[in-house]
Design a protein around this ligand. Structure first.
Ligand SMILES: Nc1ncnc2c1ncn2[C@@H]1O[C@H](COP(=O)(O)OP(=O)(O)O)[C@@H](O)[C@H]1O
Ligand SMILES: [Mg+2]
Length: 213
C-alpha cells in the first residue's frame, strides 16, 4: 500500500483557508485512494474536546500561554496518531486546516513563547511525520481581519486578539516558509479568489508531478 500524501493549509484568520480547502476538495475529488479533510485544533473526539478548552472565553478565565502551547500539542498528538497517520497508512491523502506550523506562528510569533520550547514539543509529538506540502495563504493582518468582519459567528478567544498579534503571527509564518521553501509554498492571498485558486492549482500540479517522477 502506497502511503498517502499529507497536505496542510496555513495562514492567519480570514486568509482564505476554508475557501481554499473547498477548492482543493474539488481538485482532489477523483484521487483513487480517497482523501480526508481535517482541522486543528481538533480532528478527533478528544482533540475536539481540547479545542473547546482552547477556545474557552478569555472573559471567563485567562489562559496561560504555556497552557495554550501544551494543549495545542496535546490535541496534535491525538490528531496525528488517531486520524492523520492511520489515514496515510491506508493510502488516503490528508488535507488539514492548520498543523504544526501554526504553533510556531501563533504560540511562537503571536504569544512570544520561546521557539526552542516549540521545537522540543515538535520533535516529541510530530517527529518526522511532517507534511509533504504546506500551502501558506499570506495576507496582511488588516486584510484578513476585514474578511472576517463579514462573519456572523462571534470571535473566539484567539480571534479576539488585536491586530499586532496577527502581524506577529504572519511574520512567524513567513519566517517558517523562508526556512523550508521546498515544503512551504507561499500563496499571495491578497489577490482575487480566481488568482488564489490558480496559484493553488499550480502548486498542487507541481507537487503531483514531482511526486510521480
Ligand atoms: N481571495 C479572496 N478574495 C476575497 N475574499 C476572499 C478570498 N478568499 C476568501 N475570501 C472570503 O474571506 C472570508 C474568509 O475566508 P475563509 O476561507 O473563511 O478564511 P479562513 O478560513 O482562513 O479564516 C470569506 O468570506 C471568504 O469568502
Ligand atoms: Mg477557516
Amino acid at each position: 500500500m502506497t502511503r498517502g500524501k499529507f497536505i496542510t493549509i496555513e495562514g492567519t484568520e480570514g486568509a482564505g483557508k476554508s475557501t481554499a480547502i473547498n477548492y482543493i476538495r474539488s481538485l482532489l475529488a477523483d484521487l483513487p485512494g480517497g482523501v480526508i479533510f481535517t482541522r486543528e485544533p481538533g480532528g478527533t473526539g478528544i482533540a475536539e474536546e481540547i479545542r473547546k478548552v482552547l477556545l474557552y472565553p478569555a472573559s471567563t478565565e485567562k489562559m496561560n500561554p504555556e497552557t495554550e502551547l501544551l494543549l495545542m500539542f496535546a490535541g496534535r498528538a491525538q490528531h496525528l496518531n488517531h486520524c492523520i497517520l492511520p489515514a496515510l497508512q491506508a493510502g488516503k491523502w490528508v488535507v488539514s486546516d492548520r498543523f504544526v506550523d501554526a504553533s510556531y506562528a501563533y504560540q511562537g510569533g503571536g504569544r512570544g513563547m520561546p521557539m526552542q520550547a516549540i521545537q522540543a514539543l515538535d520533535k516529541m509529538i510530530v517527529g518526522n511525520h511532517y507534511p509533504d506540502l504546506t500551502l501558506l495563504l499570506d495576507v496582511s493582518a488588516e486584510q484578513g481581519f476585514a474578511r472576517t468582519e463579514r462573519r456572523t459567528s462571534p470571535r473566539d478567544r484567539i480571534e479576539q486578539e488585536k491586530l499586532d498579534f496577527f502581524v506577529r503571527v504572519r511574520q512567524a509564518y513567513l519566517e517558517r516558509a523562508k526556512q523550508d521553501p521546498t515544503r512551504i509554498k507561499v500563496i499571495d492571498a491578497s489577490k482575487s479568489l480566481a488568482s488564489v485558486q490558480a496559484h493553488i492549482r499550480d502548486s498542487l500540479s507541481v507537487f503531483l508531478s514531482s511526486e510521480s517522477s
